[in-house]
Ligand binder design. Structure first.
Ligand code: BGP
Length: 473
């Protein structure tokens, strides 16, 4: 049966959304009292691209919301930039211009009939806190909790909250892969400690939200990158198990079990031992996780790609493909494994596997292993492509993106048929925006942006999306 017919089985109220992140879309990084994030000076020093004007969402959100509406979307993922509210991350008094901006944005969403799903932290740590160690510094959580409390009490029009976006991506990109500031490579102690500290911060915020008795819902977002052994060799199966513990299971356990299972810790401890690294869990941390685990109202799952792994015993080394030159990435993690390609599995220009089966497997796995995980939203999924400026009035033919989304929605429907409670799908991304470590040439949007003029153009995927959403009406 065609996808269009299949989506008719979805419940009324199913979420079709577009995803964004404050720093990637807003631009206007130096206006209205905004403080610096860890990216401002870093990107300037790098000299590759500027976060201004990005997609100029700071000014053009009414237009982007109108486009969302027109093309069938009923929801949007946005994040609040911590540094618009508290420019250093630590102030007692909020920056009123930043507060007013988000009230305007949320009002416009609601006026246009687009439900906002709001993250408190999407990779944009305040620069001052970053200099003090970011999530590695336990005090960071205190400031995050204070910021969250302010937002909950102030933005009462928001009913759907996510605490932190992709805890692993931040920790992994900062300390393992080295493509986010502060660019550490295979600093395994920091890579695992940051995950744990972020998770405790998330849990503290969930516990707070529930104590405040607010009428909305709260959860967090994990990207799931399922790990498969390249073949049945026992050493490769073991390598995949270790890599999965580091990339997925540690955080899933902590979030939804409220503790790290023995099986997970066995793998994590093996990785730590082999890399001369350690993890500190302070007294009380596990109580905080245990209290939060059953209180998550929903789970945002991001999915892009899987990894195939084979055992690797040499020294750690990696190279990151941030340019879209196919075949330039590599990843070898000492004692854990090496990422390898599998014949027959296509890859993007950035060497990401295209493997919808991985989304199906991940949904099934989370539903089976984590009963505390209730409703799931796919909060990001999409395909990055190099795309040329369309001619005036031309509709950019992004058939590859349509295929990608089609296959992934099909995987979601299959998991739903088998009982997994998925209630929404947010495409990454609503409109073109810059990609953190790749710049402006990796486009994901349903709407093309000419970054010089900020003019929006329709892509074929937007038309396709509208047809999909309309079949449910
Ligand atoms: C997720 C992030 C997004 C976005 C997306 C695409 O990890 O939450 O912010 O960037 O991935 O990744 P990339 O921009 O690296 O292609």
């Amino acid at each position: 049966m065609s996808l269009l017919n299949r989506v008719k089985s979805l419940p009324q109220g199913f979420i079709w959304g577009g995803a964004t992140a404050a720093y990637q879309v807003e631009g206007s990084t130096k206006v209205a009292g905004k403080g610096k994030t860890m990216w401002d000076d870093y990107l300037k020093a790098q000299g590759r691209f500027s976060p201004d004007p990005a997609s100029d969402f700071y000014n053009r959100y009414p237009e982007d919301l109108a486009l969302s509406k027109k093309y069938g979307l009923n929801s949007i993922r946005v994040s609040i930039a911590w540094t618009r509210i508290f420019p250093n991350g630590t102030e007692q008094e909020p920056n009123q211009e930043g507060v007013a901006y988000y009230h305007r944005l949320f009002k416009e969403c609601l006026d246009q009939g687009i439900e906002p799903y709001v993250s408190l932290h999407h990779f944009d740590s305040p620069q001052t806190l970053f200099e003090d160690g970011d999530w590695l510094n336990r005090k960071n959580s205190d400031y995050f909790v204070a910021y969250a409390e302010f937002c909950f009490k102030e933005f009462t029009e928001v009913k759907n909250w996510f605490t932190i976006n992709e805890l692993i991506s931040l920790a992994y990109s900062q300390y393992i892969q080295g493509n986010f500031p502060p660019n550490h490579h295979f600093d395994v102690t920091s890579g695992i400690q940051a995950q744990h500290n972020e998770l405790v911060a998330h849990a503290r915020v969930v516990n707070l939200y529930k104590k405040l008795g607010l009428p909305g819902r709260i959860g967090l977002i994990h990207v799931i990158q399922p790990i498969y052994p390249i073949d049945d060799a026992p050493e490769n199966i073991h390598a995949a198990k270790l890599q999965d513990a580091f990339m997925n299971k540690f955080l899933l356990d902590g979030t939804f079990l409220g503790y790290y299972s023995d099986d997970t810790m066995e793998s994590i401890n093996e990785i730590l031992r082999l890399n001369d690294a350690h993890l500190e869990i302070e007294d009380g941390d596990l109580d905080i996780l245990a209290e939060a685990a059953p209180q998550n109202d929903f789970f945002g799952m991001n999915y892009y790609q899987n990894q195939f792994i084979k055992a690797y015993k040499g020294e750690s080394t990696n190279s990151f493909n941030g340019t879209g030159d196919k075949g330039t990435s590599s990843f070898k993690f000492k004692g854990v494994g090496e990422a390898v390609k599998k014949e027959g599995v296509p890859t993007t220009d950035w060497d990401w596997n295209i493997y919808p089966e991985g989304l199906y497997d991940s949904l099934k796995r989370v539903a089976a292993d984590y009963p505390n995980c209730k409703t799931i939203y796919i909060t990001e999924n999409g395909l990055g492509l190099k795309e040329d400026q369309p001619a005036e009035n031309e509709i950019l033919a992004d058939d590859k993106r349509i295929d990608y989304i089609d296959q992934h929605i099909e995987a979601i429907l299959r998991a739903r048929d088998e009982g997994v409670d998925v209630q929404g799908y947010f495409v990454w991304s609503l409109q073109d925006q810059f990609s953190w470590a790749n710049g402006y040439n990796k486009r994901y949007g349903l709407f093309f942006i000419d970054f010089a003029t900020q003019k929006r153009y329709i892509k074929k995927s937007a038309l396709w999306f509208k047809e999909l959403a309309d079949t449910m009406k």
